[in-house]
Design a protein. Structure first.
Ligand SMILES: Cc1cc2nc3c(=O)[nH]c(=O)nc-3n(C[C@H](O)[C@H](O)[C@H](O)COP(=O)(O)OP(=O)(O)OC[C@H]3O[C@@H](n4cnc5c(N)ncnc54)[C@H](O)[C@@H]3O)c2cc1C
Lengths: 394, 332
């Protein structure tokens, strides 16, 4: 056993740090740190810088234009990026669709879509969930009917993150109602500029509209946009859920949140002294820090097992639960650290805000927004079900 | 022992419920004033006609359930404090209570100081300040009265989490009248904590009811969510905590006029319990709803933000737990 990074990994970390130092605009980093609205340009600009360096798709093999990083390199990149408050890479094209096309797409699809993801020609969003199909994703009803060389799509998707910026959506659609519900689902790529597609924003608790409803009304999709085989979409969707999940634990985000909490606790006055000196509050912070120390290593252990070819199983479910619990605890403690002056509403536009309150408002907005961590990507209850199911079988 | 409402209080409750179904927004304050609900928050000595723990608890619980966002709590605290100090209480209007300070959790006098008969510094999160006929301001150890148009006073308004408007107060050698030592105003402040706690209890019950309804109605995997034991048990835990919260409110309302040390222990216990249950209910009700629980359009959103406010106002659970453990009075 050796818990140290290898010299190569350390050299890689230095490269990442140097890159972040020179390329990340401090004003952009400030917006990320303060949970402020990022424009489409902000995100695309960051993607372009990473792409120019060949680092946009760390998870893709080099043959597809990716960086071909090891799991440990990806971990290093994600952790350093989070600590520097770089925008996170929008996952839908890079982390989600890319690997599916690489594994199940046709040669033509790979040649056409993958470069467009990298160079920013397409912005993808994920059309899985529907009003009636959340945790029970296989219950989805959005229909695609084959008519000649097209599919005609009717139905609704919802919770579509950043769909307002997207020109393309990858959807799970129902192509058959026979047999098991998982067996009638297909994976379809839909151009959102096609007539019949309507996008409606959903405002969330924190006042932002990062998710949308997407409606399909007789939308004609070329049959060549079907990925893999008809009615096999569930297999591809599951592949996506078990692979490509190195960052599911969010170690970097948690570490950045812990740093921030320490800073806030040193600045806030409690009983005439910095809050950080209060033994009760300090031990609450310490308890989360200790959890994070263990989880970080769980994360690395699982990454290195995967690197040695072990198939990922319930590990990603475990990391999802523990990772989101830790982040939500950190968010709650940060808000608590502010005490009586954390009552103002974030994201109020021009209705005013308290003086010098950017950081307090960020803490409130983060608390509100990060409720999503334990809901999306398979809720924590669904993850517990997966773990329990595997334990019961084993 | 008798935990039932008196006949008078039952009537008050009925009329309040009626008003809350008929009025929202602008019309609510005048309707409450006309029905005597606002006067019921003060004792006869203070120019009202009730002011008992039972009345305060019942009124704010109903307001919390209905999601009413009015600066009634500061109006009540300030009214009671002004009366106690022998000042006239402006009638039918909003009064403000400026307590929180930037840069500190709940210490007083960090961002503000008194100099003779004037105050300099900052207060923040002052509900209703923009409309107030009088503003009461705390310093390290005293309570002050500041007139809204006083020289050197600047207000900077903004929306707050609970749907009200608040403001920062910036005071530069602003003339102020000292009403007395803060420690002399234990009762008005305790009534304020009771009001916040009862309001939180109302919100808590509304959020838990909404969540239970949703669990019964929403189906996934062909079954109502409540049929999944993992979720049903969490709903059961919430129901248990709601009763704890209810009893903590009863404890404080029953000891509002007890001697200071007993009253303060109940005050602290009440705020600790309500703060913790409010946080739990905020987190769990969103989680049990799934995505819909995070949307602004759905009724839960406002409740969740009010629950976060409930813990934070007038000392959160951490603050009061600490003082309870040390055997300290509620306010220095
Ligand atoms: C901010 C945000 C962004 C999102 N982005 C996207 C996106 O880009 N694309 C997309 O397709 N989807 C997206 N989602 C949707 C997300 O995946 C779903 O919200 C999630 O799958 C849960 O579904 P639901 O909201 O319908 O809740 P439900 O499935 O109705 O669940 C409600 C509650 O019941 C629990 N539950 C359900 N079934 C069981 C069970 N069998 N046992 C125990 N507990 C159970 C859940 O854990 C939850 O607590 C997003 C959601 C959010 C909140």
């Amino acid at each position: 056993m050796d818990m140290r990074f290898t010299p190569d990994e350390l050299a890689f970390r230095d490269q990442v740090r140097a890159f972040l130092q020179t390329e990340l605009d401090p004003e952009l980093a400030r917006k990320v740190r303060l949970h402020q609205h990022l424009t489409k340009d902000d995100m695309e600009g960051w993607h372009a810088k990473l792409h120019a360096r060949g680092w946009l798709a760390g998870n893709w093999p080099t043959e597809f234009g990716g960086a071909g990083w090891t799991a440990i390199q990806r971990h290093i990149f994600e952790e350093e990026s989070a600590l520097a408050h770089a925008p996170r890479i929008v996952p839908f094209g890079i982390a989600m669709l890319g690997p599916v096309l690489q594994k199940f797409g046709s040669r033509e699809q790979q040649d056409h879509w993958l470069p467009r993801i990298l160079n920013g020609d397409d912005w993808w969003c994920q059309g899985y969930s529907e009003p009636g199909a959340g945790s029970d994703l296989a219950g989805l009803r959005c229909r695609a009917e084959r008519q000649g060389d097209h599919y005609v799509v009717n139905g609704q998707k919802t919770w579509t993150t950043l769909g307002q910026y997207a020109n393309m959506i990858f959807c799970l659609v129902r192509t058959s109602t026979e047999g098991k519900k998982q067996e009638g689902i297909s994976f379809l790529l839909i151009d959102m500029t096609t007539p019949g597609v309507t996008v409606r924003p959903i405002v969330l608790l924190d006042g932002t509209a990062e998710v949308n409803e997407v409606f399909f009304d007789d939308v004609r999709v070329p049959a060549e946009n079907l990925v893999g085989e008809e009615n096999q979409g569930w297999t591809y969707a599951k592949y996506l859920l078990t692979h490509e999940r190195t960052n599911i634990a969010g170690v970097g985000f948690a570490t950045a949140a812990l740093d921030n909490l320490h800073r806030v606790a040193r600045a806030q006055i409690h009983r005439g002294r910095p809050l950080a000196e209060d033994p009760v509050f300090a031990s609450e912070i310490a308890a989360v820090e200790i959890e994070l120390m263990a989880m970080s290593t769980t994360n690395l252990r699982m990454l290195s097992a995967a690197a040695q070819g072990q198939a990922p199983g319930i590990e990603s479910s475990m990391l999802k639960i523990k990772g989101t619990q830790i982040r939500q605890r950190l968010d709650a403690l940060t808000r608590r650290a502010y005490g009586g002056h954390a009552l103002a509403l974030p994201a109020t536009g021009n209705e005013g805000q308290p003086q010098d309150a950017d950081e307090v408002l960020a803490a409130t907005a983060t608390w509100l927004n990060n409720r999503k961590l334990s809901i999306y990507g398979g809720s924590n209850e669904i993850q517990r079900g997966i773990i329990a199911g595997a334990l019961a079988k084993g | 022992m008798d935990f039932q409402l008196s006949d008078d209080h039952r009537m008050l409750q009925d009329s309040l419920r009626g008003i809350l179904t008929r009025h929202t927004g602008e019309g609510l304050w005048p309707a409450l004033a006309e029905a005597g609900v606002i006067a019921a928050l003060l004792t006869e000595d203070e120019g009202g006609f009730d002011g008992s723990g039972a009345a305060v608890a019942l009124i704010f619980q109903e307001l919390g359930r209905a999601g009413a966002a009015l600066p009634l709590i500061p109006t009540m605290i300030a009214g009671a404090a002004l009366a106690q100090a022998g000042h006239e209480v402006p009638e039918g209007t909003v009064l403000a209570f400026a307590d929180a300070e930037p840069g500190t959790r709940y210490d007083r006098g960090v961002a503000i100081r008194a100099d003779g008969d004037s105050l300099t510094g900052r207060k923040t999160m002052v509900a209703g300040a923009e409309d107030a006929a009088a503003i009461l301001v705390t310093t390290a150890d005293a309570l002050w009265l500041v007139q809204p148009g006083a020289p050197g006073l600047t207000l900077r308004g903004y929306p707050m989490m609970d749907g009200q408007r608040g403001a920062d107060l910036i005071l530069e050698a602003t003339p102020a009248t000292r009403l007395g030592a803060l420690s002399d105003f234990g009762r008005p402040l305790a009534r304020g904590v009771l009001a916040h706690s009862a309001h939180a209890l109302g919100t808590i019950t509304a959020a838990v009811d909404l969540t239970l309804d949703y669990l019964k109605q929403r189906k996934q995997f062909g079954q109502p969510l409540i049929s999944f034991q993992a979720l049903a048990h969490r709903a059961a835990d919430l129901a248990v905590e709601v009763e704890q919260a209810r009893s903590a409110v009863v404890n404080l309302s029953g000891h509002l006029t007890a001697d200071a040390s007993l009253r303060d222990r109940h005050l602290q216990a009440c705020k600790v319990t309500l703060g913790r249950v409010a946080r739990l209910v905020a987190e769990e009700s969103v989680q049990l709803h799934g995505g819909i629980g995070m949307t602004e359009e759905y009724a839960l959103a406002g409740m969740v933000r009010r629950l976060m406010t409930a813990d934070t106002a007038m000392g959160d659970a951490d603050w009061h737990l600490d003082r309870f453990a040390r055997g300290e009075p509620a306010w220095a």
